[in-house]
Ligand binder design. Sequence first.
Ligand SMILES: [Zn+2]
Length: 319
Amino acid sequence: MPDNNLILALDYGGTKLTAATVRAGERRWLALERSVSPPQHDGAYERAAMLALARRLLGGARPAAIGISFGGPVDSTGRLVFLSHHIPGWENVALCDQLEAELGAPAAMANDANVGALGEYAFGAGTGCASLLYVTVSTGVGGGWVFDGKIFAGADGMAGEIGHTLVDPHGPLCVCGRHGCVEAMACGPAFAAVAQVRLRAEPGAGVLLRELAGGDIARVTGELVARAAQAGDPLATDVLLAAARALGFGIGSAISLVNPERVVVGGGVSKSGPAWWAALREAARANSLPQMRVEIVPAGLSDDAPLWGAVALAQGKLK
Ligand SMILES: [Zn+2]
């Protein structure tokens, strides 16, 4: 017999796996466990390790529903993993079917950005709004849409890919093979690379940033650029705000197309301080129609957004 309101939430994060249990309607985890995957692992390893983690957490109980966040593209029905961009062995895996057979409960899945959007909608900074764009900016830029409480996944499950909308056709090369995408200009590694180029070209500039990096330009990260900018370093400020404007420009385009009620922005780079937020908001407003009253707000759930989104997905299976 399933435990009537026990929910199992699973997050396949690429470098780490997280499993958690919660009672439907409650906001506190009953149990939560993370496991860091060894280098060079594959999809089969992740599937076995997550199953072991889930079984240990459940301790013999059968959940009423399972929600899954997957760090890679998932088909529009939410049943099939297309692949992982980082881990081999995830090509065309029917993950929902496998977990349903192993754990005896209905499962629902979406990619991590879409699940994160649902998490923010259900439990975070998006509560109470009818239309929401969620943007997460860290080592990449992801996004997801929620309309009337449901993820909008698009025809191929790939809606919300704001990271690969265009800001500058002559901009830097993106991982997708094109030039000047939002991701190639606004994610942490992207603006860290810009800062490194400028530090090499301008020997007298960026004194604070150089100091934070211990004098080694190769050690400059997005986080160090943000810290130096917040401490008043002019070069770091310049680089950081250009990245914020690129993201804001992309968000403005999305606002113009869809006119959402709220845009929720999370991920490590979103903690870059008030000047980053001001530049982002200003660029978004400048690149959308003034009649659109959208709010652009910080995420409420931080790194747990996909896990809480998985809970919301699972709750949808209970009805
Ligand atoms: Zn791209």
